[in-house]
Design a protein around this ligand. Structure first.
Ligand SMILES: Nc1ncnc2c1ncn2[C@@H]1O[C@H](COP(=O)(O)OP(=O)(O)OP(=O)(O)O)[C@@H](O)[C@H]1O
Length: 689
C-alpha cells in the first residue's frame, strides 16, 4: 500500500484538502453529465438526420462521462512557477492543475481537472531535475479502493531534494494483473511519452523488448492524437491492428477507459476479408504468396487484358456516322496505360475519351454538341464494345483465382520474377471449379486485396496503429500501408518475437513495404512486465533468434518467482496441473502456456483435476483466474504467474528452429510475478545451465 509521503504544505491537513478537491470535482462531473442529459436538441436540429447524428454524439458523451465516474478523477497535480505561456521573467503567479483522464470543469467553466493530453499536462510526464519545465511541484496521488489515500511530492527545482524512485509508480507497476489490459495514464514514462505525443504527420516505429509498453504506448498515442486532432481524425478515422481476436479482446477496454469509444480494432485478416477463408498454405507457399514480388505479378496480371485497338469505332447518331480510327484509339489507350491511375479509373475514363474524340469531329463538322451528347456517345454500344475489347473489366477475386489455377497465365505474369519452384508453390494442386468452390487461404485474401487496390484505390484512414508488426509478410505490410497512404502510422513490434517464417528481418525493410520509408525508429528497452531473473533467462535465446538486439532491462523491483523443473515424462501432465494449483494460491491471473498440440491433453488433465480454465482473451476475474493458452496465441498477453509446459515441444511445433525458439521467447516473457517451467525433454541448449 502506498505510504503517505512527507510534504511541505501550509494547510493543516493537505490530504484532506486534496480529498475535498476530489469530491468537488466529482460533483462538477455529475453536473456536467446532467447538463448533457438535459440538452434539448429539438430546437437546434433542422432535420431528422441531423437530430440522429447529434443525439448519437450526445449519447457517446454521456457514456464517456458516466464511465469516468468509476475511475479516480485525477492522479496528479502540477504547480507551476508561473502562469502558463507567461515569460518566466514576468513573475506572474503560478497555477495548480490537477491531471486526470478527462477534462472536468465547474459551473463557471474553470478547470477542476485537466485532461492528461492537454499541453499543460505534459510536464507531469516529462519534467525532470535537469529540465523542470517551470514545475514547482509535481504530486502523484495514490488510491486504495477508489479512496484517495496517499500522495508523493517532487520539488524539481529544489537542489536539496534528492532524486528517488516513485513508490506510487512502483506499486502501480507491481500491482497484480486480473482482467483486461488497463491504461497507464498515471505512470507513462518520459521515453514513452515522447512516442505518445509525437506529431500526427509522421510515422513512428517502435522496436521494443517484451513488456516495454509498446501496446500501451500505441493505445495512448491514438487517444492523444484524437485529442490533439479530433476533427481531422474523426473525419478520416483511426484503426488499431492486432495479431488475433483474443489479443483485441484483451486490449479492447483501454481506449474506452480513456474516453475514446470510436476507434476501430481489427486483425490484418479482418481488413482483407473479401472472401471466406477455408484453406491453408504450407510455410513455403505462404512465404512466396506474401513476398513483395507478388505485387508486380498481380500488376502485370491485372493489366494483361489491355489490348491495343486494331479496328476503328463507328458511332451512328441519327443519319450521321462518326469514325474514330484505330491509330487514334491506340493513342488514347496508350496514354491511359502510361498514366499512374488505377486500372478501374482508366476503364471508367476510356468511354469518355473515345466520346471526346467523336465530339471533336462533330465540332469540326459545324455541330455544337454539349455534355449530354458526350455522355450519350460514351454509352453507345460500339464504344462499349471497343472498351470491353481493349480494357476489359477485372474482378479481383476471379483474377487471383485464375493466377493460382492457370500455370500459363501465372508464368506469363511472373516471368523473371518468380522461378519455376516458386510458381509451383503458388499454384493450387487441384484448381477449384469456380469462385464458390475456391478454398482461399489468408495469404490469398491479401493477394485479392492487392488486386482490388490495383483496380480501385483503397480509402486511407487518418492514423493506423499496427501492433506486433514484426509478423507481417511484405504483402500484408502493403495491405496495411494502403489503409494509411495519406495518413500516418504507429508501428510497434519486436524482431525477436517474429514467429512467422516470413517475419521481417529489419524495420527499415518493413517500413519500405508499408510505404513509410522515412518513419522515425525508436527503441524501448525498459521492461515493465517481466521480472529481472526471468527476462535475463529468456534473453539467453537472443543470440540465436535476434543477434542484433540488446536484452531488455526490468524496472520491476520485486525479484519474482522463477523455477525450472525437470520431471519424468509420465509425470509431466500431473506436475503441470500441480504447478497451476500452486500458482492459484497467489493473487492475480495464471496462464498455462503450452505448444498448440498439447492443449487438448492439458485441458483434459485440468478438467479431471477439477480446475476450471478459460480460453485466451476471455476476461479473467477473481473467480476464474486460470487461462490455458496455446503458445500460438500468447503474443501480447500477460499473466501474473505463468506455468510453461515443455519448451522442447513449443520449439518443435514450429516449421523451423528459429521460429520455434522465438515462439518460446514469447512464451517465456508473459509472466509478471512468477514463471514455472516444467520439462521432461531436454531444454534448448541456450537455456541449459
Ligand atoms: N509506464 C508504465 N507504467 C505502468 N505500467 C506500464 C507502463 N508501461 C507499460 N506498463 C505495463 O507493462 C505491461 C507490458 O506492457 P505492453 O503489453 O504494452 O508491452 P509490450 O511491449 O507491448 O509487450 P509485448 O512485446 O510482450 O507485447 C503492461 O501490463 C503495461 O500496462
Amino acid at each position: 500500500m502506498p505510504s503517505h509521503a512527507p510534504i511541505q504544505d501550509h494547510t493543516p491537513d493537505p490530504l484532506q484538502r486534496e480529498r475535498d478537491h476530489l469530491s468537488s470535482s466529482r460533483s462538477a462531473l455529475r453536473a456536467m453529465r446532467e447538463d448533457v442529459e438535459a440538452l434539448d436538441i429539438r430546437d437546434v436540429t433542422g432535420n431528422w438526420v441531423n437530430a440522429r447524428i447529434l443525439a448519437g454524439e450526445i449519447e457517446v458523451r454521456i457514456k464517456a462521462l458516466a464511465d469516468l465516474a468509476h475511475t479516480p478523477l485525477f492522479f496528479g497535480r502540477l504547480d507551476y512557477g508561473h502562469a502558463p505561456g507567461v515569460e518566466l521573467t514576468e513573475g506572474a503567479e503560478g497555477e495548480s492543475f490537477y491531471i486526470g483522464r478527462r477534462h472536468v470543469h465547474d459551473a463557471e467553466g474553470d478547470p477542476m481537472v485537466v485532461d492528461w493530453r492537454a499541453p499543460v499536462s505534459q510536464p507531469f510526464y516529462r519534467a525532470s531535475r535537469v529540465e523542470p519545465m517551470d514545475v514547482r511541484l509535481r504530486r502523484r496521488f495514490g488510491y486504495t479502493g477508489g479512496e484517495l489515500t496517499a500522495y508523493e511530492d517532487e520539488h524539481l527545482s529544489d537542489p536539496a531534494e534528492s532524486d528517488t524512485t516513485s513508490k506510487l509508480l512502483q506499486t502501480e507497476i507491481e500491482r497484480p494483473r486480473v482482467g483486461p489490459m488497463r491504461d497507464i495514464v498515471a505512470t507513462i514514462q518520459p521515453e514513452q511519452d515522447e512516442i505518445v505525443r509525437a506529431g500526427v504527420t509522421g510515422t513512428v516505429c517502435v522496436q521494443g523488448a517484451p513488456g516495454t509498453g509498446k501496446t500501451a504506448v500505441g493505445l495512448h498515442r491514438v487517444a492523444y492524437l484524437l485529442y490533439a486532432h479530433r476533427e481531422r481524425l474523426a473525419r478520416t478515422g483511426t484503426l488499431v491492428i492486432g495479431p488475433n481476436a483474443s489479443f483485441l479482446q484483451y486490449i479492447e477496454q483501454v481506449l474506452p477507459a480513456l474516453g475514446e469509444l470510436q476507434v476501430k480494432q481489427a486483425t490484418v485478416d479482418d481488413l482483407v476479408a473479401h472472401v471466406p477463408l477455408s484453406g491453408t498454405d504450407s510455410a513455403e507457399t505462404a512465404r512466396v504468396k506474401g513476398d513483395a514480388r507478388m505485387a508486380e505479378v498481380l500488376r502485370r496480371a491485372v493489366r494483361s487484358g489491355i489490348r491495343m485497338p486494331t479496328e476503328p469505332v463507328m458511332v451512328i447518331r441519327g443519319s450521321r456516322r462518326w469514325r474514330v480510327p484505330a491509330y487514334e484509339l491506340e493513342s488514347i489507350v496508350s496514354e491511359l496505360a502510361d498514366r499512374d491511375i488505377r486500372y478501374g479509373a482508366a476503364h471508367d475514363a476510356l468511354p469518355q475519351r473515345i466520346a471526346h474524340a467523336v465530339l471533336v469531329q462533330m465540332e469540326r463538322a459545324g455541330e455544337a454538341p454539349d455534355d449530354r451528347v458526350q455522355d450519350a456517345v460514351a454509352r453507345n454500344a460500339a464504344v462499349k464494345a471497343a472498351v470491353k475489347a481493349c480494357w476489359p473489366p477485372v474482378d479481383p477475386a476471379k483474377l487471383v483465382l485464375r493466377l493460382l489455377s492457370d500455370a500459363e497465365f501465372l508464368a506469363a505474369s511472373a516471368d523473371g520474377l518468380l522461378d519455376a519452384d516458386e510458381q509451383k508453390a503458388v499454384l493450387w494442386e487441384k484448381p477449384p471449379r469456380g469462385l464458390a468452390a475456391a478454398k482461399w487461404s489468408a495469404a490469398d485474401a491479401v493477394l485479392i486485396d492487392e488486386a482490388r487496390d490495383l483496380v480501385q484505390r483503397t480509402a486511407s484512414l487518418g492514423h493506423v496503429v499496427l501492433d506486433e508488426a514484426q509478423d507481417l509478410s511484405p504483402m500484408q505490410y502493403r495491405a496495411v500501408g494502403r489503409r494509411c497512404s495519406t495518413g500516418s502510422a504507429t508501428v510497434l513490434g519486436d524482431i525477436a518475437q517474429g514467429t512467422t517464417p516470413w517475419a521481417t528481418p529489419s524495420w527499415s525493410e518493413a517500413l519500405r513495404h508499408l510505404g513509410k520509408p522515412d518513419a522515425r525508429i525508436e527503441e524501448l528497452t525498459r521492461g515493465f512486465r517481466v521480472p529481472r531473473e526471468v527476462i535475463s533467462y529468456a534473453s539467453r535465446l537472443l543470440p540465436e533468434i535476434a543477434p542484433d538486439l540488446a536484452p531488455a532491462t526490468s524496472v520491476r523491483e520485486a525479484g519474482g518467482d522463477f523455477a525450472v523443473r525437470s520431471v519424468a515424462a509420465a509425470d509431466l501432465d500431473a506436475s503441470v496441473v500441480a504447478a497451476c494449483r500452486d500458482a492459484l494460491r497467489h493473487e492475480g491471473s495464471i496462464g498455462l502456456i503450452a505448444a498448440d498440440p498439447r492443449i487438448e491433453a492439458l485441458g483434459d488433465a485440468l478438467t479431471e483435476a477439477g480446475l476450471r480454465y478459460l480460453a485466451p482473451g476471455a476476461e479473467t476475474s477473481a473467480s476464474a483466474r486460470l487461462t490455458l493458452v496455446p503458445a500460438s496465441l500468447a503474443k501480447g498477453l500477460e499473466y501474473d504467474y505463468v506455468v510453461l509446459d515443455e519448451p522442447a515441444t513449443i520449439v518443435a511445433s514450429e516449421p523451423d528452429r528459429r521460429t520455434g525458439l522465438r515462439r518460446l521467447y514469447v512464451a517465456l516473457t508473459r509472466a509478471v510475478s512468477g514463471l514455472f517451467v516444467l520439462h521432461a525433454q531436454p531444454l534448448p541448449a541456450a537455456l541449459v545451465d
